[in-house]
Design a protein. Structure first.
Length: 327
């Protein structure tokens, strides 16, 4: 829940999050049907929790925002249906928000918020994109993944190494005990001259090494391969981000999305940007993964600029595929 003033960045009053990691752990990944059913059980208690934490009465809510897409249709429909029903009961407008716009703007909730314009590196789930951001709703796509995203490369490589769910953090933890130079892995499209990404070939290379090591692979070799995998992904993300900054002439970078919490990525980006006098902004670690605070913020920032399209008829749809630059 955020409070939207006439000027400045909206203030976060309260937020709440329920993680489904434990539920999906046994399956090694997200099971859409289970995710949707759990959303149904959790959404009302979480809403009550946020209202209690914010000390805002339900009748004082002016607008209800929800994630309209992109994402899993079932889970999106739960949120959309609940938001529209709540808004209808209160007689207030409802606003559908782009999931990635929430991530992109989430650093504005940090202690050191960015200023427009900036280059954004969005590394969230199945998305890896570089955007030029001149203001809210003013986005230019500079480059994106043509196959697997960085998050998918982390998760799929972790699964090949026999690590648990969620794979990305598990691989990053194991990489701390490895030497990235032991295994030579590719950096796809690193020298392509474009700002696009490709990580499918990296995943294939990891699989090849896993097969060569065999079923009796020692933990140290797994740690070396984890470190090499992480370093390959980070090298590509950093090199492309610096290239995007050079191409645009901008001196500010925003990194958002779950992979943005990766310590090695932050260290390497900070070092490379410091050499070039570039300021880097990240969301708080608690706001890197999917959360309601970023969706409320995006809606509030659009409202401030007169860009939102509040609905009063409460008919809704969801957009499992929705390009951010078209939002």
């Amino acid at each position: 829940m955020v409070e939207c003033g006439a000027t400045g960045v909206p203030a976060l009053l309260a937020d709440a999050l329920h993680s489904q990691i434990d539920m999906h752990h046994a399956y090694g990944g997200v099971v859409p049907e289970l995710a949707s059913r759990d959303h149904i059980r959790r959404v009302l208690p979480l809403t009550r929790q946020v209202l209690a934490k914010s000390r805002v009465a339900i009748d004082d809510v002016d607008v209800v925002a929800f994630t309209q897409g992109p994402g899993l249709a079932g889970a999106l429909l739960v949120g959309a249906g609940f938001a529209c029903a709540l808004a209808a009961a209160l007689g207030v407008p409802v606003i559908g928000v782009h999931h990635l716009e929430g991530h992109l703007l989430s650093p504005f909730l940090s202690a050191d918020p960015p200023e427009f314009p900036f280059v954004a590196l969005l590394v969230s789930g199945g998305h890896t994109q570089l955007m030029r951001v001149d203001d809210v709703a003013s986005y230019e796509l500079l480059g994106e993944t043509i196959d697997d995203a960085a998050g998918e490369a982390f998760d799929k490589s972790a699964k090949l190494l026999g690590l648990g769910y969620p794979g990305g953090p598990a691989l990053a933890r194991l990489a701390e005990f490895g030497d990235a130079s032991v295994f030579d892995l590719p950096r796809p499209l690193l020298h392509s001259g474009t700002l696009d990404f490709s990580f499918a070939g990296l995943k294939t290379a990891v699989r090849t090494h896993v097969l060569k090591l065999g079923s009796n692979v020692c933990e140290q070799d797994k740690a070396h391969l984890a470190a090499a995998t992480q370093q390959a992904i980070v090298d590509v993300l950093v090199r492309k981000s610096i290239a995007a900054l050079k191409a645009t002439g901008l001196k500010r970078l925003v990194v958002a999305g779950g992979v943005g919490a990766n310590t090695r990525l932050r260290e390497q980006l900070n070092a490379e940007c410091a050499k070039r006098g570039i300021k880097v902004h990240y969301p708080e670690l608690a706001l890197c993964s999917d959360n309601g605070a970023m969706i409320a913020l995006a809606a509030a920032m659009r409202l401030q600029r007169g860009l939102a399209k509040p609905q009063l008829d409460y008919a809704f749809n969801v957009l499992p595929r929705w390009p951010l630059h078209a939002a």
